[in-house]
Design a protein around this ligand. Structure first.
Ligand code: 3PY
Ligand code: MG
Length: 256
């Protein structure tokens, strides 16, 4: 993995499929990355990662040549810059519901003049083989990515303002929260017509603001369909799902 490769590829308009890991196991994340995923999300919001395991997970992904991405816990803006300092090169922040949320997110993720990220990326620099601070500093604002999650009706209402916020690089759709909210808590149908309309609206807002669009997908079939609809950062499945599917297939084969 070259330094800041994920941002370079996405800013150039490429489509990137990323894996999603919740199990707090650096070796599981590395094993999945080595199958070909050039980026892997370590999910601290709902996953089991703690600070020590996420530091080890980022190192394991860097070792595998895959870009580490971290989803931070809800409203944990302090962890945004910590995760970047640990070597994450993209941050997904859940439930960014307003332009004020977006400004707060960008503020902790970007160095001046875009934001107020505080200096201290020693581990990130080591992972990139950099020793001169200015080399990391000059590349960081463009080389790291802020992905604002759009997954509530409030976020949907404010999506254009969130997309237009300086320092927000991408909109990332959480279809499960979105479908839960849009159905009034009755369903989790990520292909319900109102969810599909919301997905298109979010994609259009990203395009209008010249930002990257991304979405969480349960499997490769849905991911490929989303790529055709113009989404560029697409996460596929989860470590737990891969493990369960593999175990279930073996168990079914044994039962005959
Ligand atoms: C959602 O679908 O709500 C997500 O946050 C994806 O993990
Ligand atoms: Mg969500």
């Amino acid at each position: 993995m070259s330094a800041f490769a994920l941002a370079q590829r996405l800013r150039a308009g490429e489509t990137v499929y990323a894996a999603w890991c919740s199990l707090a196991s650096p070796i599981v994340a590395e094993t999945i990355a080595r199958e070909g995923f050039s980026a892997v999300v370590l999910d601290i919001q709902h996953g089991l990662w703690d600070t020590a395991s996420v530091i080890a997970g980022i190192g394991a992904l860097a070792h595998a040549g895959s870009t580490p991405v971290v989803r931070v816990p809800l409203n944990d803006f302090a962890f945004v810059s910590r995760a970047l300092d640990f070597g994450a090169e993209a941050i997904i922040a859940p439930m960014i519901n307003s332009a004020a949320d977006a400004r707060q997110f960008a503020g902790v993720a970007k160095y001046p003049p875009l934001g107020e990220r505080s200096w201290g990326p020693q581990r990130a620099m080591a992972l990139q083989g950099k020793t001169a601070a200015v080399d990391y500093l000059r590349g960081a604002n463009d080389g790291t990515l802020t992905l604002a999650m759009i997954e509530t009706p409030a976020a949907l209402a404010n999506v254009e303002a969130i997309a237009a916020t300086p320092g927000i690089d991408a909109l990332f759709i959480g279809p499960y929260d979105l479908s839960t909210a849009l159905s009034g808590g009755k369903a989790q149908d990520v292909q319900a017509p109102e969810v599909e309309r919301a997905i298109d609206r979010i994609g259009a807002a990203a395009k209008k603001a010249c930002k990257i669009s991304g979405i969480y997908c349960r499997d490769a079939e849905r991911a490929l369909a989303m790529a055709k609809r113009g989404f560029r950062f697409i996460t596929v499945g989860s470590d737990q799902g891969f493990l369960r599917d593999g175990a279930a297939a073996q168990w079914q084969a044994l039962k005959g």
